[in-house]
Design a protein around this ligand. Sequence first.
Ligand code: 57M
Length: 358
Amino acid sequence: MLYHLLYSLHELFSFFNVFRYITFRTIYSILTALLISFIIGPWLIKKLKTFQIQQVVREDVPARHMVKNGTPTMGGSLILGGILIPTLFWSDLTNPYVWIVLLTTLAFGILGFFDDHKKLRDKKGIGIRARYKFPIQVAIGLVVSFILFTQVDHDSRLIFPFFKKVMPDLGYWYILFGMFVIVGTANAVNLTDGLDGLAIGPVLIASATFMLFCYLAGNFKFATYLQIPFVKGSGELTILCGALVGSGLGFLWFNTYPAQVFMGDVGSLSLGAALGTIAVITKQEFLLVIVGGIFVMEALSVIIQVISYQVRKKRVFRMAPLHHHFELKGWAEPKIIVRFWIIGIILGLIAISTLKLR
Ligand code: 57M
């Protein structure tokens, strides 16, 4: 909004020409998201306590989690506000990609809201059954992927980091693949969100990485030089990624150990869906596997654990997802969190290095 309003003044006052630059608007998107988090955060946490929107910790978690019972949850609503408002303020609202990512994020956020609400109502910490939740996620993912493939002349080639010549064309199968990326990322972030700041840290790192990739993918000169797919219009998503970074940093201020608030499924599902959709639009799905390696490790640990138990009646990990395994090994919670963040930063650097290693 602000972009349209102020940039139009550049004919009268040349200063307003600055609003045409994506870099300028991204910086202010980050700062606006941070400001929203710092102003609304304390008020929201107080409200969540007043309305008893508090975590019910399930009995079967490692014992040290019991102290977390009653922590305010659904703090993801603050994150969503920190993404929505700066994006509406600073990005070009005639850009279809901005609306596709925003609406997908909100759709998964609404699903997560109802999941959290059911957990609170049942007081058992168990939300909407997977047999209902999963088909809804698949349906949203298919609609988004179909729109990208058909309405926004999205090309169906698969891009692999490091291998510039390998670009298999999936054709209509790309719609299924795109859905898988969006739904898979949403659930992987959800599984990761099991320790204070454990999910928002890698989300921040992935958002910052995609902030760079959206900027480069949307610029024909840079994309051609770096041999990454040029996706016309994807540059505007840089501003949305900036809002993701700012709202993630702002949420981390309150979610860092010992957490004053949890994001809830309203946060984890929406953040994962946002990253998955951005990855599909910029044709960097496998880049997300690299920079989102923490989410991949957490999800894989569950898959390996379940298969191993079903086939061998033996567990591979002391408990899945992976962060519980280290908890049961006796690692302190902050140690697990910071070490996962460090791995996330290393993966982010490797992801960025793929720009040159082609
Ligand atoms: C998401 N939710 C946390 C909080 C957060 C199939 C199976 C692997 C599913 C999985 C599961 O239930 N995952 C749900 C994990 C929960 O956090 C809430 O959920 C939101 C995110 N979705 O925002 O609202 C607990 O996590 C802790 N927490 C923090 N700090 C944070 O900032 O400490 C969360 C955020 C919170 C709090 O204690 O209550 C959760 O763990 O439920 N199931 C599991 O992960 C279970 N694993 C398991 O059963 N493993 C089995 C098989 C199935 C693989 C095995 O290892 O054999 C573990 N989780 C629970 N109990 N709750 C262990 C048992």
